[in-house]
Design a protein around this ligand. Structure first.
Ligand SMILES: Cc1cc2nc3c(=O)[nH]c(=O)nc-3n(C[C@H](O)[C@H](O)[C@H](O)COP(=O)(O)OP(=O)(O)OC[C@H]3O[C@@H](n4cnc5c(N)ncnc54)[C@H](O)[C@@H]3O)c2cc1C
Length: 415
């Protein structure tokens, strides 16, 4: 049975005549694809809506650390462009030092093919995918909503004048529409950190590519909390910087200086782009009524490194699983209980990690030089970094089990 037919068959009440999907997921990045995959695996009717045509570009380093790898759909083959065995650290271009590891630290992918592969996995699990479909708004009350168990999702599908709209209906909705999320605004997501990432994809000749193969560079930047990276992807390098939003020209200057300093200014980028990253505040909602948010849309992101793929995959899977339970809920009280369970699961895992990440960022903002020195000269710190990137440990676990790490963070907490 197709997803469209399943949607016609599911549900009861007025919504049934309209063809109500059990779960509609908005946005087909890692969070949305993961949510759609998890929900579709339960046999429910799932519609995944994406405004772009796939594969689509996304400004991102494409670093896949252990927790990302561990959260992929079973059997998913990572389209790795390189395997990282060495990290060169520098402090705003100085004190350069390379640390190596026999075991792979993390992998590097290009987002268009990675994201398209995840969407294929969701489709294979039974989700219906519609691209070129921009969600304009969701409605949970009012004349456009047939009953209290149904959410109306208003979709713009272009048309000759760019104004054609249609409405699809769902028992539960997952908002996974990224860092400029409309669904996040509907839910009332609150943020306590917004950063601007600028990136260039730089095709390079074989001699340059060889020099970078298997090695990334991380540069602790000149702006508070900023850093830059070079991630090799075979015949091109992804070069980027990130820092607090607010002084875009200073962030751009950092990227230009960084590229020039690396001797890469003579190569023409194939893509230059920017994107915001957002971290939720501790008390930010993760749901409203029958609508959940996950990934960047929920502000779920590691505050220090701004690593977000594992957060998107992990929260997406949870959102897909809990959306199915919300879809089954017969009244608002039950739907709310399931939504609170989702929030609890997110906060107990990713929320704890974000708390430690926030404190790490505060320490890094105050003393980037100390962090650089510790990572490059104190072997246990490098081993901890390697363990975290491989997914053997996490920042939260490190702080829980290592008294020195705990004391360093406590010192940073003091004004
Ligand atoms: C410069 C930079 C570098 C980064 N590097 C890394 C890294 O190396 N490793 C890492 O783990 N993380 C990295 N991140 C973070 C990572 O990119 C994000 O956290 C991750 O993409 C979040 O996934 P998502 O699915 O929540 O959102 P997205 O990947 O942004 O996907 C959202 C999707 O929703 C679609 N959409 C948006 N609005 C609508 C709408 N109204 N209707 C329908 N569809 C819609 C979009 O087209 C998009 O496909 C980086 C971020 C930046 C900015």
């Amino acid at each position: 049975m197709s997803g469209e037919q399943a949607a016609q068959d599911s549900g009861t009440g007025d919504g049934e005549a309209l063809g109500v999907w059990d779960v509609v997921v908005i946005g087909a990045g890692p969070a949305g694809a993961s949510a759609a995959h998890a929900a579709a695996l339960t046999g429910r009717s799932v519609l995944l809506l994406e405004k772009a045509e796939l594969p689509r570009y996304k400004t991102c380093g494409g670093g896949i650390i252990g927790p990302s790898r561990d959260s992929l759909p079973p059997g998913f083959e990572l389209p790795l462009r390189d395997r990282v065995h060495a990290v060169t650290f520098s402090l705003n271009g100085r004190l350069t030092r390379t640390k190596r590891s026999r075991q792979m630290l993390f992998g590097l992918i290009n987002r268009p093919e990675f994201d398209a592969g995840l969407v294929d996995a969701a489709r294979e699990a039974g989700a219906t995918v519609r691209t070129g479909a921009t969600v304009v708004r969701v409605e949970q009350h009012g004349p456009g909503v047939p009953d209290r168990r149904t959410v109306a999702v208003v979709v713009s599908t272009g048309g000759p004048d760019g104004k054609r709209e249609e409405t699809v209906y769902a028992r539960a909705v997952v908002g996974a529409d990224g860092s400029a999320s409309r669904i996040g605004a509907h839910v009332g997501v609150k943020l306590d950190q917004v950063d601007l990432g600028l990136e260039s994809e730089i095709p390079v000749p074989a001699s340059v590519a060889e020099d970078w193969a298997g090695r990334v560079l991380i540069d602790w930047g000149p702006l508070p909390g900023s850093y830059g990276w070079v991630f090799p992807k075979g015949d091109s390098l992804t070069v980027g910087v990130i820092s607090a939003r607010g002084d875009g020209s200073a962030t751009k200057r950092y990227l230009d200086d960084f590229v020039a300093r690396l001797g890469l200014a003579g190569f023409e980028p194939s893509v230059s782009s920017g994107h915001l990253t957002r971290c939720r505040s501790d008390d930010s909602p993760l749901s409203r009524g029958r609508v959940l948010v996950c990934g960047d849309a929920a502000g779920l992101l590691e505050p220090w490194t701004r690593e977000g793929i594992s957060y998107a995959l992990r929260s997406g899977r949870l959102a897909g699983e809990w959306a199915v339970r919300i879809a089954e809920a017969h009244d608002a009280v039950d739907a709310r209980r399931q939504a609170l369970n989702y929030a609890f699961a997110v906060k107990a895992g990713l929320g704890v990690e974000m708390g430690v990440g926030r404190r790490m960022l505060a320490l890094f903002e105050k003393r980037p030089g100390v962090l650089h020195a510790v990572l490059t000269t104190f072997p246990p710190a490098w081993r901890a970094f390697a363990g975290i990137t491989r997914g053997k440990s996490s920042l939260a676990e490190l702080v829980r089990t290592h008294p020195i790490a705990r004391r360093a963070l406590e010192a940073a907490d003091r004004p």
